[in-house]
Design a binder for this molecule. Structure first.
Ligand code: KIV
Ligand code: ZN
Length: 516
């Protein structure tokens, strides 16, 4: 890999599909994961952590399909230190052009005593055993010391040295609970570099969580101290407050070359597209003032700023919107446009899709153009994301008719469930309630509605509504999303999407058993 050839090149290890998916509510199904992995590879991610194959059959299958289909990146799977985990992981990622096993165990006194209930010497044995075992399946093994930033220095050095001797090529130091501060975290990397005798044989990686909002700062401090691989996610997705945001790391390195002369292989122009896709798939909307990918990241409100930007963008913009793939909202073709022009538009937006997908999206574009005067690039992107990720859903919306106003709201709903179309009439306290009651009667479940949120994809009263629905069933949380010019249809799609995700999530092992 190029990254190892040049000391200035930072390897980008994306864990959106693994740690990101561990965000409460962010579960993804196979086509969704595949679509994200394809985009990550296209944008130049060096290593894609495709999942935790032992966690469920769905996780195994997704990692396996990604390994079979996604080219250009190293496909990595996560495994705890046990034999079964490593074998399952190895099997899942076997078909990849290049694969990696990422195995880990906790090394902090707190985790060893209370979580693992293992003595330090037993943990050390498990390090050697797990790395050696993983090396039987691939030459590319990464070892992580979970809760590394709260581990005791002497013991950590012994574990790292043993992992390298056993054949690890990458040593990852996680700040698992997001507790470190930048100078302390950099000192940890210096300490390992100076004290572990064989440290020069491996790539040092870091994996920072954002509990104190310091994940990106800690990652950049680690780079200054010698780390050459950064583990991160799109939109800062991840356990609790998330992982280091890939878009922030990459753009910080690109923008501040004067202070941080390092490069990545990321085509930054794909950042906005990736952010939108991950947001659509997970139902996690991006906060408007989020760095790099928030709706306001390049918007100027104050007159004095607007005036400056009009005279010279650099007065208030430290990077261009184009550099992250943000172009001005462009009006696209109207309802009379043909499929050829539409295909050209998709290419211009950076989507190279198969004939079936283009046909589906074109049909939905025509429907949209019938009801919406102006169709913008954002509308097309919302259609693409929705169409591509919904293909394997078990529950699908066929039709919806809602009556509301001063009489009792009523919904006539048709769903396709496992290939069979079913119809129902339902009432409720409002039109959304009526539609949701209909879904519940056709597909009975115990999940409770935790969040219902609507926002507009573009401006104007004919804009597409993008709805997020969060459901909770016995502590398993999922977010669903739906977009349509009709808010009731968007709401029902979002509810159905959440239920489809719940079906995926029901399969998963209890998170406590897989605390990664
Ligand atoms: O946060 C963490 O420590 C992890 C490891 C499995 C790398 O996710
Ligand atoms: Zn993590």
């Amino acid at each position: 890999m190029n990254a190892e050839e040049s000391p200035e090149r930072i390897t980008i290890f994306d864990t959106t599909l693994r740690d990101g998916e561990q965000s409460p509510g962010a579960s993804m199904n196979l086509p969704e994961k595949l679509r994200i992995a394809e985009l990550l590879a296209e944008m130049g991610v060096d290593v894609i952590e495709a999942g935790f194959p032992i966690a469920s059959n769905g996780d195994f299958e997704a990692a396996n399909e990604i390994a079979k289909n996604v080219k250009g990146s190293i496909i990595c799977g996560l495994a705890r230190a046990g034999r079964e985990d490593i074998e399952r992981c190895a099997e899942a990622i076997k078909p990849a052009e290049r694969n990696r096993i990422h195995t880990f165990i906790s090394t902090s006194p707190l985790h060893m005593l209370h979580k693992l209930q293992m003595k330090p010497e037993e943990v050390l044995d498990a390090v050697i055993d797990s790395v050696s075992r993983a090396r039987n399946f691939t030459d590319d093994v990464e070892w992580s010391c979970e809760d590394g930033s709260r581990s005791e220095a002497d013991f950590l050095c012994r574990c790292v040295e043993a992992a390298i001797d056993a054949g690890a090529g990458t040593i990852n130091v996680p700040d698992t609970v997001g507790y470190a501060v930048p100078d302390e975290f950099a000192a940890l990397i210096y300490m390992l570099t100076n004290r572990v005798p064989n440290m020069d044989k491996v790539v040092i990686s870091v994996h920072c969580h954002n509990d104190l909002g310091l994940a990106v700062a800690n990652s950049l401090a680690a780079i200054q101290a010698g780390a050459r691989q950064i583990e991160c996610t799109i939109n800062c997705l991840g356990e609790r407050a998330g992982n280091a945001a890939m878009e922030e790391i990459v753009m910080a390195l690109r923008t501040r070359q004067d202070k941080m002369p390092f490069t990545t292989g990321i085509t930054t122009e794909n950042i906005t597209k990736a952010s939108r896709l991950v947001s659509t798939v997970t139902g996690f909307t991006v906060q408007p003032n989020k760095a790099i990918v928030g709706a306001n990241a390049f918007a100027h409100e104050a007159g004095i700023h607007q005036d400056g930007v009009l005279k010279l963008a650099a007065t208030y913009e430290i990077m261009t919107p184009e550099s992250v793939g943000l172009s001005e909202s462009k009006l696209v073709l109207g309802k009379h446009s043909g499929s050829h022009a539409f295909r050209e538009k998709l290419k211009e937006l950076g989507y190279d899709l198969g004939d079936n997908a283009v046909r589906d999206i074109f049909r939905r574009f025509k429907d949209l153009a019938d009801v919406k005067k102006e169709v913008f690039d954002e509308d097309i992107i919302a259609l693409i994301d929705e169409t591509l990720v919904r293909t394997n859903d078990r529950i699908k919306l066929v039709s919806l008719q809602v009556v509301c106003g001063t009489r009792t709201p009523e919904a006539v709903l048709e769903l396709e469930i496992d290939g069979e179309t079913q119809k129902i009439e339902a009432t409720g306290d409002g039109p959304v309630d009526a539609a949701f009651n209909g879904v519940k009667q056709l597909f009975p479940h115990k999940a409770r509605l935790q969040l219902y949120q609507v926002h507009a994809v573009t401006q104007g009263t004919d804009a597409q509504a993008e709805v997020t629905v969060r459901l909770d069933e016995d502590g398993k949380m999922v977010n669903g999303q739906g977009a349509d010019t009709d808010t009731m249809v968007a709401s029902t799609k979002a509810y159905i999407n959440a239920l489809n995700k719940l079906l995926v999530k029901r399969e998963k092992t209890a998170p406590a058993a897989l605390s990664a």
